[in-house]
Design a protein. Structure first.
Length: 95
């Protein structure tokens, strides 16, 4: 049976500074309930590209999970500004 992470960890190993790979690893760790483990790759992705909507959105959901609602709101706002049609950013922004 395939891992729920798919090829995300492999992609991150092959392209350790890929914003999309880092954001995807963070998403998978969040899905597994590993909030602390998700934070580092999400923050690295945002540092690498401060306007990457997926990375910003994942970071926003991590901030929500850590009960940092005001910080998450600003992060989601930035994600929506970066890509107004990205649905998960809009979902987070509306929370």
């Amino acid at each position: 049976m395939a891992s729920p992470r798919g090829d995300s960890p492999a992609a991150a190993r092959l392209a350790p500074e890929s914003v999309e790979a880092l954001a995807r690893v963070a998403e998978m760790r969040m899905a597994e309930g590993d909030i602390k483990g998700a934070k580092d790759p999400a923050e690295r992705a945002v540092r690498r590209d401060p306007n990457a909507p997926r990375a910003l959105t994942v970071l926003g959901f991590i901030q929500l999970a850590e009960l940092h609602a005001a910080e998450a709101y600003v992060t989601f706002e930035h994600a929506v500004a970066a890509e107004p049609t990205f649905p998960m950013a809009r979902l987070g922004y509306g929370m």
